[in-house]
Design a protein around this ligand. Sequence first.
Ligand SMILES: [Fe+2]
Length: 145
Amino acid sequence: MPAEFRTDIKNNAGGVYNHIFYFMNLRNPAPNTPPTPLLSFLESKYKSMDAFEEALTEVALSVFGSGYAWLVINAFGNPDIVTTANQDTPLTMNMYPLLNVDVWEHAYYLKHYNKRADYVKDWLQVINWNRVNQNYLNYTKRYLL
Ligand SMILES: [Fe+2]
């Protein structure tokens, strides 16, 4: 991609992708837990959903400024939690995204003001685990068969 367009494309196309992905993985009411394939995958690293949610929250709260926290499948095929700044995505970092949380202040300021932790706690209640599980199954069909 020509250098003069790279930042604009990354910021705008990344913003579209990141927000569509974020909203597609939300549902209210949401299922309480992931279906077994995804649950087993997450427990292989985090041991329990409580521990996973704690790790995801910690990472989401660590984002400095504007960005996202992501549950991804890393280059080794393992679950991982990463952050991206601004509208960067893990797609360009050899990672497969399963779930993201927008932690730009605009995502939570109207309801939670500057209390990102309250927003993340509420967001954890509306994750569409069936959809996230489908993201995981799409990965397994594409890369593991
Ligand atoms: Fe946003």
